[in-house]
Design a protein around this ligand. Structure first.
Ligand code: HEC
Length: 658
């Protein structure tokens, strides 16, 4: 294997030399390149690759980092490492950060090294799995004597994501001296591929699952935030293919990235771009499937990037080429046939993006969300909502995904459990102003007068002391809202700041089963397995198996006509959306769905008239508090059970003091 080859300078091969020879001036410029090399035998899809959501397996086992001189000679930079990858050159062009493992057992850790291979030192903590470091510009506060230098990187957590895949990953920020670890992203899914744009914001790829049932497939999309985690937003919208990764910004004002319809195990795909000054309206494809697949664009000059390219079919390896996004022209730079050559980074001084003045203060535990007008949304909603119909906003906390405890069936266990942070009023003009726990993954729901969610946001968060404004759900990203002094800003924030241990959840086992038992499962009604809806809950205390059977019946999608002598199965509960749940219709005696649900009806909901339950004379109806609990249960995802305690905290939720 190639790893035993002498690690000294080695003559460059094939296209690298060729490009020099022909053009007189190398296509890649007159500076060295850092390149990650993966032995060709190592970069095969593992036979037992399990589905991992939208993120590929990690191909960098046994990879190494080389410096390729302008003359085409190679020198290994990562001597002494079993695996090394993700190089990033400092702004002065003198040093590099990279991810490395000393041996196969060690965790990935971030290291710094001078480009003459001196001065190797670890910079990320030993107990953190750390990858994809990028140097970022300075961070400062109004009262800090001096700005400080940090880098951003990605760490995986030992959790499962929303879809139950291992694992999630988050962006972190750390001082170059290894202190003041700050966690930047808090969605429970994958967040990776950070790149700092000229305006100082970091763009990255984030995995998202629609919170509205039927709201479309899972995506990996480009998001943006500041280098201390504030102001996270979707960057560029949802145009283009479903899996978008590895964004980089060019000097010429484009954001070039790799995208694909299906998550290939390596994350390969075609090139596409956005115009950085109009990201929401400028998506454009740069390459079409068929010939080649790409990885890791990196800016070279103007709108030309270095990128790793490989033939779409056959046995070829990845080679470094330049790609001009204006003309679509590719020029070969470097190919070592024994390796996949990826992650090319020019070794040269480059301009530092704008620094960032931060309001985030790690001494605080909370931040503020304010909304200008909750009625602002896609066209359907405002048309069908009368002023005053949105009564409250509800904030829901997501608990990092934990595996089901022994003895609990996986289907009855939420991958990312939900807890109530609280509800706060929406003013007559649609504005709201709410103080919530910082550094916590939150979902936001707007509520009608019954307490049923009218809509659910994606995962959002505030950093400590951040004040995060938004419009509604959501505005046209290209328009600036009217300047208004909204009602919610004339009062102090509503404080939804219960400590974690006091945050309530609503589960089938604890809250809903007893309610069904009391009101629905009387003899002659739904008390036996063979009665309509079949809720075998007649016994005063039900066994775990009966509870689970009842839960399964409520959750199972409608599947046709009643079988002989068997109850009709039905989608009684549309997890995450109380307003389209048959169970809610029956206990309120009315259809509570909304016009904007018509485009995506609850799959197979039975089409029979709604009858109030319990029927008049057969027992007391649910009181308003019980109805609210039922609505909360379904809007929180209809959890069967929920972890009793918060799972172990993530490595760092707040900055440590040096
Ligand atoms: C109830 C309507 C609604 C409100 C109010 C709302 N959003 Fe959203 N938000 C959405 C929807 C829908 C999505 C897309 C989620 C999806 O992909 O299904 C979303 C996604 C996002 C995303 C991207 C995250 C992702 O999942 O891709 C950000 C960032 C965001 N919202 C920020 C905010 C902020 C900040 C506020 C104000 C505090 C806010 N939103 C209020 C509905 C809303």
């Amino acid at each position: 294997m190639n790893r035993s080859r002498p690690l000294a300078w080695r003559a460059s091969v094939l296209l690298g030399g060729l490009a020099f020879g022909l053009a007189g001036r190398p296509a890649s410029g007159d500076f060295p390149l850092l390149i990650t090399q993966v032995p060709r035998s190592e970069m095969a899809a593992p036979a037992d690759a399990e589905p991992r959501g939208l993120v590929c397996a990690d191909p960098f086992e046994h990879a190494r980092i080389v410096v390729r001189s302008p003359a085409g000679d190679l020198r290994v930079l990562s001597t002494g490492f079993a695996s090394a990858c993700d190089p990033d050159v400092s702004f002065d062009g003198q040093r590099a950060l990279f991810a490395g493992r000393r041996d196969g057992e060690a965790r990935w850790r971030i290291w710094e090294i001078d480009l003459d291979a001196q001065g190797l030192r670890p910079v990320s903590p030993e107990n953190l799995d750390a990858r994809m470091p990028i140097h970022v510009s300075t961070l400062f506060t109004l009262d800090s004597p001096e700005p400080w230098f940090t880098f951003v990187f990605v760490s995986r957590a030992a959790t499962v994501n929303e879809a139950g895949h291992a694992a999630g990953s988050s962006l972190y920020n750390l001082k170059l001296d290894g202190t003041e670890l700050r966690r930047l992203t808090f969605s429970p899914n994958h967040n990776l591929d950070p790149f700092q744009m000229w305006d100082g914001r970091v763009i990255y790829a984030a995995e998202t699952y629609s919170q509205e049932p039927g709201g479309g497939p899972a995506r990996m999309g480009i998001h943006a935030l500041h280098i201390e985690g504030a102001d996270m937003e979707l960057y560029g919208g949802v145009a283009g293919r479903r899996v978008q990764r590895m964004p980089c910004a060019t000097e010429g004002g484009l954001v070039v990235f790799v995208e694909s319809d299906d998550p290939g195990w390596l994350g390969t795909g075609q090139l596409a771009c956005l115009v950085a000054s109009r990201p929401a309206a400028s998506y454009r494809r740069l390459s079409e499937p068929g010939q080649s697949v790409f990885l890791h664009p990196t800016p070279l000059r103007a709108n030309t990037v270095f990128v790793a390219r490989r033939p779409a079919a056959g046995e070829g390896t990845f080679a470094i080429v330049t790609f001009d996004a204006d003309t679509g022209r590719c020029e070969p730079v470097f190919d070592d046939p024994e390796f996949h050559d990826v992650q090319a980074k020019p070794v040269r001084a480059r301009a530092r993006p704008d620094g960032h003045s931060t309001v985030v203060n790690p001494k605080f535990d909370t931040g503020v969300f304010y909304g200008l007008n909750a009625y602002t949304a896609d066209p359907l909603r405002p048309v069908h909502l009368k002023p005053g119909e949105i009564k409250r906003v509800r904030f829901i906390e997501g608990l990092p995904g934990a595996a089901a405890p022994a003895g609990v069936s996986g289907t009855n266990w939420p991958f990312v459990a939900r807890r109530l942070v609280g509800e706060a009023p929406v003013e007559a003009d649609g504005s709201f102003n709410v103080e919530v726990p910082a550094d916590t993954p939150l979902l936001l729901q707007t509520l009608d007068e019954r307490g049923l969610a009218l809509g659910t946001s994606g995962w959002v968060w505030v950093k400590q002391k951040e004040t995060r404004g938004c419009i509604g759900c959501h505005e046209d990203p290209e328009l600036v809202p009217e300047n208004e002094y909204v009602l919610a800003l004339r009062r102090p924030s509503n404080r939804l700041v219960l400590p974690p241990a006091q945050r309530r959840t609503v589960t089938f086992r604890d809250d809903i089963a007893p309610m069904l038992q009391r009101h629905c499962a009387a003899a002659g009604c739904h008390g036996e397995g063979d009665t309509p809806a079949g809720l075998p809950l007649a016994a005063p205390s039900s066994s775990e198996a009966e509870l689970a059977a009842t839960y399964a019946r409520l959750m199972t999608p409608w599947s046709g006509e009643a079988g002989a002598g068997r109850p009709r199965p039905g989608r009684y509960v549309d997890a995450g959306r109380a307003r389209t749940s048959w169970l809610v219709w029956q206990v309120t005696g009315t259809r509570t769905d909304r016009p904007w649900d018509a485009s995506e009806p609850a799959p197979g909901a039975p089409s029979r008239p709604v009858k109030l339950m319990p029927p008049p004379g057969k027992g007391p109806p649910l009181d308003p508090q019980q109805l609210r609990t039922l609505a909360q249960w379904i809007d929180l995802g209809a959890q069967y059970d929920c972890p009793r305690e918060s799972p172990a905290p993530a490595p760092a939720n707040r900055a440590s003091t040096p």
